[in-house]
Design a protein around this ligand. Structure first.
Ligand code: GLA
Length: 676
C-alpha cells in the first residue's frame, strides 16, 4: 500500500531536473552544484540509469561515487530524488538471462543496447530489480539528502508488452485469477465465434500475430495483463523501499499525455504511488501546444485524486526524438512550467540538468545547455528558479475545477482493437477535441474514472466511452436525474468489460440516460462532411465528419438534424431532460469550434456562466489554499491580456497589489494571492 507522505519531498515548490553526473568527471560536479544554487535548484533526480555503474559485475557493488554525490548535493542544500536504476539492467544481467529481453508480437526478441528492454513477467528481472532497489535503500534510505524515491523510468515506454513464453505462462496465471474457470473465460472472450474455444489453460497464448484479426477479448485482457505486469514490478520495488526506507515517498514518472503513452492504466497506478509525478513533452509542431500540456497536467492531478502532484520532467527547449524538434521560444520555458504549477504541480523539473556530450540524447535541450551560462536558456532557468521561489506558498493548495471529463484507459484500449465501424474514429482524438472545446470556454476540468463521484460537477463530458459497464450507465443516469448535465459523444456505452455488445439496441449502457437508441452506425467516407441544421431553424454552420448514425429519439428532443449524408433528416444532436438535469448526445464528430455550440447550450443548462471576457489562449486557473486562494493567469498570446479580478489581492511574481483588471504581459504569467 502507498504511504501518505507526511511531507512533500521539499519545502515550497520543487525545482531541478534529471542529473546524470556519471557522464562527467568529478571536477565538473563542483561547478554543477554551484550553478544549481545560482539557479535556485532544490531537487535533482539521480541514478535513474546507473545500474551498470553501481553493480559492475553480479553482486559487486561500487557505491563510492554515489556516496560522494549525495553528500555533495546535501552540503549544497539540494535534495535528491533517487532513482532505482531498473529500467536498464546491465549487460551482464542479459548475458545470464537472455530470456528477460522482451519479444514483440511478431516473435522478434529485442536486443540490449537501448533502454527499457524488459520482459515484465521475468522472475529473474524481478529478483534483480528488487535486489538493487534493496541495496540502494539499505545504503541511502536514511541519507539526509534523500527526499523521494523514483522507481524505474516511464513504465510503458518504449516496451509495453512482451509476447514470450514466460509472459504466456504469466498471462495464464493472471487469467486463472480473473476467470477461475475455463468456461468463464470462453464466455468472456466469446470463443464460440470462429471456433476458438479452449479446452485447457495451456492452449491459451498471448495475442500474437494471427492470419487475420484475433480475438478482441483476448487482446483487451492482454493489455490489462501487461499494465498489471508492469505494476507488479513497480509495487515489488516500492514495498522494498517502504520497508527499508520508511517514511520516504515513492514515485514513478507517469506520462499522462495521451499522445505519449497508451499502455498504462493510470487510474490503477495512481492508487499505488505515494506521489503522482508526470513527464510531459510538447508535441513541438502542434499549433497550440499549451492545450495538450494543460490536459496532461489535469490528467496527472486527477489520477492523484486531486492531491498534490509533481511535474518530474519536461524540456527547457527542443527535445531530440520528434521528427522536427522545434525549440521553445523565449519565455516559453517558464510559461510552460508555471502552467503546470497552475494545475496543481508542486514544482517544475526537467530532463535534464546538464546537456550530455555523448549518447542518444546529446541534442536534447537541458537546463545547462552546451552553450553554457551565457545563453538565453540559462538566463530563463535562473529566472524560473527565482519565480518558483516567490510562489512557494502555493504548495498544498488544490485546484478548483468547473467540470469533469469521464475518461478510461481500458475503454481506449478496447476502442483501438481491430475491425471497428471506421478506422477514422479514435477515442483519444475525441478526448483531445472535447478537452480543447472546454479549454476554449475557460473551464478547468478534472478527469474522472467511470463510477467516480460526480456530484461536485455541474457538467460532465463523456468524449468516447465505447466500453462502459451497465453500472456506469446507471451511475450517469442518477447523476442527471439529480440535476447534473451530461454531454456524450457517439460510440459510447456500446460494450461491457469483455468487449461484448450490451443486449438490445445501442448504446446499451446509455440508452436510458440519453433517451434514445441507435439503429445503425453510418460512418462517413474519408474527408466527407455533413452539414447539420438546428431544429429551431436558423443558420447553425455546424458540420460533422467521420461518423453519423441513425438515432431514434425515445424521450430526447432533437436539437440539430443531419441536413445531408446517410443520416439526412435524422437527429444529429439531442437533449434529454431527465429528472432535474439533462443529457446531451452528439452523434457525429464535431471539431472543437463546433462542439462549442453544443457546450454553450449544455453550460447554460448547468448554470455555468460564459467567460467570454477572457481572451482565447489566456488560461485562468484557481488553486485554493487553507487561507488564501491563488489565481494563475497564463497568457499564451503575443499581446498583453486583461483578466478581471473578483477582489483585490497581491501579485506574487512582482509583489505588487492587484485589483480590477489584472494585466498579464504577452507570453507571461501572473499569480495573484486572493484572501478567501
Ligand atoms: C523521457 C525520459 C528521459 C529522457 C527524456 C527525453 O522523459 O524519461 O530519460 O529520455 O524523455 O525527452
Amino acid at each position: 500500500m502507498p504511504v501518505t507522505p507526511t511531507r512533500f519531498p521539499v519545502p515550497g515548490l520543487a525545482y531541478g531536473g534529471d542529473y546524470n553526473p556519471e557522464q562527467w568527471p568529478e571536477e565538473v560536479w563542483a561547478e554543477d552544484v554551484a550553478l544549481m544554487r545560482e539557479a535556485g535548484v532544490t531537487m535533482v533526480s539521480v541514478g535513474i540509469f546507473s545500474w551498470a555503474l553501481l553493480e559492475p559485475a553480479p553482486g559487486v557493488h561500487d557505491f563510492g561515487w554515489l556516496d560522494r554525490l549525495l553528500d555533495l548535493l546535501h552540503q549544497h542544500g539540494v535534495a535528491v530524488d533517487l532513482g532505482t536504476p531498473t529500467v536498464v539492467p546491465p549487460a551482464w544481467f542479459y548475458q545470464r538471462h537472455p530470456e528477460a529481453l522482451p519479444v514483440t508480437r511478431d516473435g522478434q526478441r529485442l536486443a540490449f543496447g537501448g533502454r527499457g528492454a524488459i520482459c515484465h513477467s521475468s522472475p529473474a528481472y524481478r529478483e534483480a530489480a528488487t535486489g538493487i532497489a534493496a541495496r540502494l535503500a539499505e545504503r541511502y534510505g536514511r541519507h539526509p539528502a534523500l527526499a523521494l524515491w523514483h522507481v524505474h523510468n516511464e513504465y510503458g515506454a518504449p516496451v509495453s508488452a512482451c509476447y514470450c513464453e514466460v509472459s504466456a505462462a504469466d498471462f495464464r496465471r493472471w487469467l486463472r485469477e480473473r476467470y477461475r474457470t475455463l468456461d468463464a473465460l470462453n464466455e468472456a472472450w466469446g470463443t464460440a465465434f470462429w471456433g476458438q474455444r479452449y479446452g485447457e489453460w495451456e492452449q491459451i497464448q498471448p495475442p500474437r500475430r494471427t492470419p487475420t484479426t484475433g480475438n478482441p477479448g483476448q487482446a483487451l485482457d492482454y493489455a490489462r495483463f501487461s499494465s498489471d505486469a508492469m505494476l507488479g514490478n513497480f509495487t515489488a520495488e516500492r514495498d522494498v523501499l517502504h520497508r527499508l526506507s520508511p517514511g520516504v515517498p515513492v514515485t514513478t514518472n507517469f506520462m499522462t499525455a495521451l499522445s505519449q503513452c497508451q499502455s498504462v492504466d493510470y487510474w490503477a497506478w495512481g492508487r499505488e504511488v505515494d506521489l503522482v509525478s508526470n513527464d510531459h513533452y510538447l508535441v513541438a509542431e502542434a499549433e497550440r501546444t499549451h492545450v495538450n500540456l494543460a490536459m496532461s497536467a489535469d490528467l496527472s492531478r486527477s489520477v492523484a485524486g486531486g492531491a498534490p502532484w509533481l511535474l518530474l520532467e519536461h524540456s527547457t527547449g527542443a527535445v531530440n526524438w520528434q521528427p522536427r524538434n522545434l525549440a521553445k521560444r523565449p519565455g516559453e520555458l517558464g510559461r510552460n512550467s508555471l502552467a503546470h504549477v497552475a494545475r496543481g504541480s508542486e514544482g517544475a523539473m526537467f530532463f535534464q540538468w546538464r546537456a550530455s556530450r555523448f549518447g542518444a540524447e546529446k541534442f536534447h535541450s537541458s537546463m545547462l545547455p552546451h552553450a553554457g551560462t551565457d545563453s538565453r536558456i540559462w538566463r530563463e532557468v535562473v529566472q524560473l528558479g527565482a519565480d518558483l521561489g516567490r510562489l512557494a506558498e502555493v504548495n498544498g493548495s488544490r485546484v478548483r475545477a468547473d467540470a469533469a471529463v469521464l475518461w478510461d484507459w481500458q475503454s481506449w484500449w478496447a476502442q483501438d482493437l481491430e475491425w471497428r465501424p471506421t478506422e477514422d474514429h479514435r477515442a483519444d482524438e475525441r478526448a483531445d477535441a472535447f478537452y480543447e472545446a472546454l479549454y476554449d470556454r475557460h473551464l478547468t476540468v478534472d478527469f474522472a474514472r467511470p463510477g467516480a463521484p460526480l456530484d461536485a460537477y455541474p457538467l460532465v463530458v463523456v468524449p468516447a466511452l465505447y466500453l462502459a459497464e451497465a453500472e456506469t450507465g446507471e451511475h450517469l443516469r442518477r447523476y442527471v436525474e439529480q440535476g447534473g448535465v451530461l454531454v456524450v459523444s457517439y460510440f459510447s456505452g456500446i460494450v461491457d468489460g469483455t468487449d461484448t455488445v450490451h443486449p438490445g439496441p445501442h448504446p446499451g449502457a446509455l440508452r436510458d440516460v440519453l433517451g434514445l437508441t441507435v439503429e445503425e452506425f453510418l460512418p462517413l467516407r474519408a474527408g466527407q462532411r455533413v452539414a447539420l441544421t438546428a431544429a429551431t431553424g436558423g443558420a447553425a454552420g455546424v458540420s460533422g465528419d467521420v461518423w453519423s448514425e441513425a438515432v431514434v429519439p425515445r424521450g430526447a428532443e432533437t436539437v440539430w438534424h443531419y441536413a445531408e449524408g446517410p443520416a439526412a433528416g435524422g437527429p444529429a444532436i439531442t437533449r434529454h431532460r431527465l429528472g432535474a438535469g439533462s443529457a446531451w448526445y452528439v452523434s457525429t464528430r464535431l471539431a472543437p469550434a463546433d462542439l462549442d455550440q453544443v457546450l454553450a447550450r449544455a453550460c447554460r443548462d448547468a448554470g455555468i456562466r460564459d467567460r467570454d471576457q477572457l481572451p482565447r489562449d489566456v488560461e485562468v486557473v484557481h488553486r485554493e489554499g487553507e487561507r488564501d486562494s491563488y489565481l494563475f493567469a497564463v497568457n499564451h498570446t503575443a499581446a498583453e491580456a486583461r483578466v478581471p479580478l473578483e477582489r483585490p489581492g497581491t501579485e506574487l511574481l512582482t509583489g505588487e497589489p492587484a485589483a480590477g483588471q489584472l494585466r498579464v504581459p504577452a507570453g507571461g504569467v501572473r499569480v495573484v494571492r486572493l484572501p478567501r
